[in-house]
Design a protein around this ligand. Sequence first.
Ligand code: SF4
Length: 445
Amino acid sequence: MKNKIFIKTFGCQMNKYDSNRIYHSIKKIGFKKTEDLESANCYILNTCHIRDKAKEKVYHEIGRIKKVYKNKTKPIVVVAGCVAQAENQEMLKREPYIDIVIGPQSYHKINDLIENFVSKKQKEETEFDTISKFDYFDKIENDSNKISSLLTIQEGCDKFCHFCVVPFTRGPECSRTFHQIIIEAENLIKNGAKEITLLGQNVNAYSYKENSKEYRLSDLINHLEKYSELERIRYTTSHPRDMNEDLIDCYSSSKKLMPFVHLPIQSGSNKILQLMNRKHTVETYIEIYKRLKKINPEIEFSSDFIISYPGETDDDFNDTLNLVKKIRFINSFSYIFSPRPGTNAAKLELIDKEISKERLLQIQEHLFNHQLKMNKSLINNSIDVLVENKIDGQSKLFGRNKYMNSVIFEGDVKNIGKILKVKIDKVNQNSLFGKFEKKDNKRAA
Ligand code: SF4
């Protein structure tokens, strides 16, 4: 029988990147990727612990898989990602259908685990072993031909916000070597990448020291700038405390760094930021915003907001609302606080559900209205779009503008990988629709 692997990914870009890595590793032991679930004899669920009820979603998904394979030979079932890291042995006890549990720090060991499982030796690997993992990255063949590619440069977090599981599931901040990252970037560019997004849970905390020189995120951006085939550079997710001078300077020195900053603030109240252990204030955030806007008024900010964090009063919430009105964030995420087991905030008293829902509605209304207004302002304008792919079953192409908005338009597949001028004629809150005008010969804006 041919070995086929089906990978389902929950969560953020780092998880998507990891799924790709897992695949590139596992194909070395003879597995091929399939999109047809029923034909797979290895099923990998790459999990995310950020959203509510993450653990239950995993068991629900395993229940679904059981039904799919009811009258067939069971696949090897692997649970990877942050839920696997947090739950480890518990998962194997609660759901015997799961064969292997592997945490993000151990992906370099996945081939051994699967081979060992086949010979019934080992089922769980959630030790923190970050250095080995990064060392192994270099040895994985990278044949991705994605126009917009992801590249992990840093993992883990030392900040310990009281609501967050990342420091527990991904371990302490750890940066890959500068040299490794550049090799991987060159491979991605050679394979057609026109845009690279540098990833990390605290990406702007990137710090790698060699021969008494410290390499930072700004050094990576400045280095990537030199590759003529690369059109766009992005990074995510960053922390306000690590928005240092050198990174801010990149917004004037780099022509390829996109003018879109995803910088989570979480709350507009200093009292709540302190309760969250965020280690920054509203004032320092606004200062960063002003400085970047001064460098380039086209820079737009996106953020994450936790609504109804324990202790949030009406006044605290109004501070957040006022901040949203002032900064006019785009492409942002907002959700009601929900406790994560093992975190400091897990045992705090929750705010009334109805009050929380009302607050969320208010904040989302402002965020959505502003987003729509901004999208509408693009109607009849020509914007630069990096074309990523053809939409399945349609003659339309999909790409993104500089602010990461989806742009859909009629076009020829030969334009995939190019930056086109697209005239926008219709919008909704999430997407822009238009017509291709001409190829832009200038650098992407
Ligand atoms: S800085 Fe981000 S990743 Fe780190 S603990 Fe806070 S929310 Fe989690």
